[in-house]
Design a protein around this ligand. Sequence first.
Ligand code: 5GP
Length: 206
Amino acid sequence: MADSIKYWHVTYNDIHNLIRKATPKIAAEFNPDLLIAIGGGGFFPARVMRTFLREETGNKTLQIQAIGLSLYEPVDGSTAEQLGNEVIRTQWLGAEARKMLVGKHNLIVDEVDDTRKTLHYALSELQKDVETELLEYPESEREALRAKTQFAIFVVHNKLKPKLAELPSGTQYFSGEDVEDVWLNYPWEATDIEGHDRRASGDKNN
Ligand code: 5GP
């Protein structure tokens, strides 16, 4: 990628292929029981990853649950100071889905890890949910269930830059591709998909 490029257009096929390439390692090293998509950018990647993971692991019932988090996008009631600083929950797991986390391998899926604030927030809140759910179990079972409950991260793109938040040590982390600190234009944000794809092919030739 040339230094001068500040925007990078990514196609659906690029994303599909990055996920296809990443899946065998994720299946072998983490083997998720559940995918948790961070919306909106994680929805399409999670859906594609489910296809490849079901194929790779034979787990034909692998499900996706969704959470909605917003760091940059204005949501009703957000102030100018919150925009870009604070992660705001727009959607969260329901009671049944929270129970599903316990004792499972849960893979959090998003399109991009930029400052890492969103992933850090998602992981810490999900871990709080697990602690709350564990209270429903006899004390004697909690430690073993806590140890069995694992979270890992998959992002299509990881930007190579200083991060503003750290993930707990030992968190398994998978990325489709490590990229420079450029702004990525995703196909689901495009209104003219043919134009988007043309620009993507222009970016690749530069
Ligand atoms: P964070 O800074 O918390 O890692 O990322 C927050 C969110 O900002 C991401 O989930 C994503 O929605 C958005 N974002 C960050 N970098 C990019 C980018 O390069 N392109 C697009 N389209 N969104 C981005």
